[in-house]
Design a protein around this ligand. Structure first.
Ligand SMILES: O=C[C@H](O)COP(=O)(O)O
Length: 267
């Protein structure tokens, strides 16, 4: 199914007990009340809630994803979870290479790429995160970092059906700081072009590129109106249904420099 709607992904990170199910119901009801919501919405809860949330969301438009996976199908990997297990639990996507995984778990680009291949094997969409640190940005290395991460993390077999790229400047995550609309647009346009170099022009067309980093109901319209932005990856503001619903219903501000909407493929 082809969709031109933005995709709003809520990454709950390590937040949420079973009692958070109330927020999920609120979100599903809110999306239902919108009739034809202006965005697609996905929640990536902690692993302990993936199966329950998938079950609750199964009759709704809400999609459920996970936050990481192992590269292998099964085996002696204590504490790890395979992509097949996530799919079995009802997930349709998995976030990979988030900066918190890269920094706290030492994940390298090639680990992210191998995990993305595992996600494809299990029929999951991979949401591959890239983004520069504040220091790298200050040194003018943003595009170098994005180029290296894209070439290292995105498998050659990536397609617009099985992969979404998320641009998350590390310095914007959880800080309340955001790049300007122009800066977001520049980075997204660079990513769109660079995917062409990773995958070849034709194969890279129509990829969804999400922006993540301190997205709130107040700045969502600005973020969604930046060039080559096809949705948002939301952390803190996704924990409350009301605020995620407000982000999902934000109307992008028109601007003359916007690229025309491309067709995007729903999972
Ligand atoms: O995955 C989500 C991002 O890390 C953004 O988090 P944040 O919205 O809390 O800044």
């Amino acid at each position: 199914m082809i969709s031109t709607k933005p995709l709003i992904v809520g990454n709950w990170k390590m937040n949420g007990l079973r009692s958070a199910t109330g927020e999920l119901h609120k979100l599903i009801n809110g999306l239902g009340e919108q009739g034809s919501p202006s965005a697609e919405v996905m929640i990536c809860p902690p692993l302990t809630l993936v199966m329950a949330f998938s079950h609750i969301a199964s009759e709704s438009e809400l999609q459920i994803g996970a936050q990481d996976c192992h590269t292998e199908i099964s085996g002696a990997y204590t504490g790890d979870v395979s992509a097949e297990m996530l799919a079995d639990a009802g997930a349709s996507a998995v976030i990979l290479g988030h900066s918190e995984r890269r920094s706290y778990h030492g994940e390298r680009d090639r680990d992210v790429r191998d995990k993305a291949r595992a996600a494809y094997r299990a029929g999951l969409q991979a949401i591959i995160c890239v983004g520069e640190t504040e220091g790298q940005r200050r040194l003018g290395l943003t595009f170098d970092v994005l180029r290296r991460q894209l070439h290292g993390s995105v498998p050659a077999s990536a397609t617009r059906r099985n992969t979404i790229v998320a641009y998350e400047p590390v310095w914007a995550i959880g800080t309340g700081k955001t790049p300007t609309r122009e800066e977001i647009g520049e980075a997204h346009n660079f990513i769109a072009q660079e995917l062409g170099s990773v995958l070849g022009g034709e194969a890279s067309a129509g990829f969804r590129i999400l922006y993540g980093g301190s997205v709130t109901p107040d700045n969502a319209a600005m973020v969604l109106s930046a060039m080559d932005v096809h949705g948002a990856l939301v952390g803190g503001a996704s924990l409350k249904a009301d605020s995620l619903l407000a982000i999902a219903s934000a109307q992008p501000q028109p601007q003359s420099s916007m690229t025309s909407a491309q067709d995007h493929v729903s999972p």
